[in-house]
Design a protein around this ligand. Structure first.
Ligand code: ATP
Ligand code: MG
Length: 432
């Protein structure tokens, strides 16, 4: 397939806009006789006048060959083999050109489930075959750092100009191969402010429940990418309307549709995501524990209230609400223990914060989870949940009793943002 070739003077991708590390990798691969291109978000974002989040490289070199060329690299992924090349905190992801997924080809390994899901995609091919294995046309533009041209095999440039997100090939087949592409569609549409092209949009509602077949560990990372992208509110809305949310958080979705408090619960999730979006815009860190604690609050709250209505005391009622909420959710999304423990603390703290007599408040503010729990309480109040102005009480308590200047900083809410990677159980966000 002959690509459109756009010469240097007809596009804005220049080496100045590409990280030195990515250029180093491109040149080293090429000087060893391999083809190598910058591809994906790196090219797309530069064409859109945005700063790329990271740089991805596609090459004719096999993963083992790439690994052998770079001391600072590691092979990752089984379903989709890749090489990560590390330069201090920076990482360049190198993928070998994928070929036509054809069981008879005998090249590499390719494996599909009965539903058409790609369980392994390690058949290698040429750059034009690689282009049509990518997800969206705008993600399949290749920049060659040798001739400075952009290669367009799938009319990605015209979709960039029209601000359209278009899946390559037959959308239903492509979603069946990898249902996570539905999540990527809503994420990129929000991030780039693009429309999802009609044929790409049409099958999502029907196919959203295929997300239930995705490994819970992969979904944990993908959900973080969705809601810690800086566009959480918009993504939440489109996930709900596409029926995607029901596959990710089935119990919460049910409660949001059915509960007498659903308006308040929706306001709470909006407030939490708004808060996250604002923190990201201000370059402040956000934590998966706070995000998941917020997402699951409608369920925890519903069970908590119902346990108390049956006569349980506040604290045991909360504990008895947390346990089944987590265990049901973990069937869909595996939340690592270090985060679920923090979530539990944030929720339990909602009861502990009602103890405002004597020395108690002075002790509670010292607790590592106080800050996150207090922020959480304020969001509940913003959403209109009746709390007896407890949040306002804690705000004024902290004003009257400021933390001593030298006290260690409370870092419970200050975690580095999740790194967003792709197609593998991505790197877990750090808990440090
Ligand atoms: P960003 O990094 O800004 O979130 P990106 O497009 O670079 O966006 P990555 O997850 O880094 O996304 O993936 C790099 C490229 O790999 C994509 O642009 C796309 O071409 C391809 N890709 C990633 N995931 C998939 C997938 N599930 N199916 C097909 N192609 C994919
Ligand atoms: Mg990328």
């Amino acid at each position: 397939m002959a690509p459109k070739v756009i010469p240097r003077d007809a596009h804005p991708v220049s080496r100045k806009l590409i990280s030195e590390n990515a250029l180093k990798v491109l040149y080293r691969l090429q000087s060893h006789g391999h083809e190598a291109y910058l591809v994906g978000g790196g090219v797309r974002d530069i064409l859109l006048g945005q700063q790329p989040k990271d740089f991805d490289i596609a090459t004719s070199a096999k993963p083992e060959e790439v690994h052998a060329l770079f001391k600072n690299s590691r092979l990752i992924g089984r379903r989709f083999k890749l090489v990560h090349i590390l330069f201090g905190r920076d990482m360049i992801e190198v993928a070998t050109f994928r070929g036509q997924a054809n069981a008879e080809s005998g090249k590499g390994s390719h494996h599909q489930s009965d539903e058409g899901m790609l369980l392994r995609d390690n058949v290698y091919g040429s750059v034009d075959e690689d282009a049509i294995r990518r997800d969206f046309t705008v993600n399949a533009l290749y920049y060659n750092a040798n001739d400075f041209c952009v290669y367009d095999f799938v009319d990605g440039l015209s979709d960039i100009a029209d601000r359209k997100l278009r899946l390559i090939g037959d959308p239903e087949t492509r979603y069946r191969e990898d249902p996570v592409r539905m999540l990527r569609a809503v994420r990129f549409a929000a991030k780039l402010d693009f429309d999802i092209e009609e044929r790409t949009r049409a099958p999502i509602f029907e196919l959203a429940d295929l997300l239930e077949n995705i490994a819970p560990a992969r979904l944990f990372d993908e959900v973080i990418k969705l809601f810690m992208s800086g566009h959480g509110v918009r993504i939440f809305e489109s996930c709900r309307s596409f029926g995607i949310y029901a596959s990710l958080f089935p119990e919460v979705d049910h409660t949001l549709n059915k509960s007498e408090h659903s308006a308040c619960y929706l306001r709470f999730i909006h407030a939490a995501l708004n808060n996250t979006d604002r923190r990201i815009a201000a370059d402040k860190p956000v934590t998966p524990a706070f995000l998941y604690a917020s997402m699951l609050w409608p369920e925890v709250h519903r069970r908590w209230q119902s346990n108390m209505a049956q006569g349980m005391n506040e604290f045991p009622a909360m504990q008895a609400a947390i346990q089944p909420t987590l265990s049901h959710q973990l069937r869909h999304i595996s939340i690592p223990k270090r985060f679920s423990l923090q979530m539990k603390e944030i929720w339990e703290f909602q009861v502990r914060l009602t103890r405002t007599k004597g020395r108690r408040p002075h002790e509670l503010v010292q607790h590592p989870r106080f800050r996150a729990a207090y922020d959480f309480l304020v969001l509940r109040e913003q959403a209109g949940e009746p709390t007896n102005s407890l949040g306002a009480w804690w705000t004024s308590f902290q004003e009257k009793h400021p933390a001593p200047a030298k006290a260690p900083r409370n870092r419970s809410h200050d975690k580095p943002p999740a790194r967003r990677r792709r197609r593998r159980p991505p790197q877990r966000p750090s808990n440090q």
